[in-house]
Design a protein around this ligand. Sequence first.
Ligand SMILES: *Cc1c(COP(=O)(O)O)cnc(C)c1O
Length: 266
Amino acid sequence: MIGLDRVIGPDKLSEEQIVDGRRDELAAALARLRGRIAAACAAAGRDTAEVRLLPVTKTFPADDVALLADLGVLDAAEARDSEAAAKVAQVAALRPAVGVRWHMVGRLQRNKSRSVARWAVQVQSVDSVRLVEALDRAARAAREAGQRHAALGVLVQASLDGDPARGGCPLLQLEALADRVAAAPQLRLEGVMGVAPLGVDPRAAFTRLGATAQRLRRSHPGAVELSAGMSGDLEQAIACGSTCVRVGTALLGTRPLTSRGAYPTA
Ligand SMILES: *Cc1c(COP(=O)(O)O)cnc(C)c1O
């Protein structure tokens, strides 16, 4: 057999070596992250099984999602419908036998509801009654067209910084919004999501969010999920009761900048 280096030259990596390298890189990052999550759970006196890791794959290619699936990670989240819809189809083509569960975590315009209802198992960024109505209609249309087979999971997104531009519903209106989700026939209320304010210690915000999630569970016992914490603040979020950490950078690496500056986090 001819050595591979002789065919492609000693300093060029083969496609296969590149893929293996990326798989190793992702496996190492995954192990580090699981270590951080386990340590944070131990420090908070919680069971590691209570916290799920949700990779945020925005700006990263379908190949990375496929490699994560090979490593046993079958959840992925996206922040923009247009990017997600294309990637979902690519991953399905790369791994036809694998059912990746896709989540929407970014700001969502109502006119994208139809598309999102075709690919998402859960939308974490629901912050208005009008969006609830649009998603309910969209989920019904998708079911009637045979494009989805279950209700659409919803987390209501709480605003933790009072900045409407970053999304989220004011805490005082969150319960009423959750009631609307629970009453929508094609939606299933699954919990609460929040993004910590920029540039301050996230602990106070996560504490408020944790208390809000607990209060909501009294009227909606099925709303068990608290999606809080990202690459930089997952420890604080786990200390405040997070059940889902949304991690991009710490798993996949630094995102490229867009022409409009940093890729928006919410
Ligand atoms: C991009 C994004 C994340 C992941 O952020 P990292 O800091 O890269 O871990 C989490 N949540 C939302 C809503 C995002 O848009």
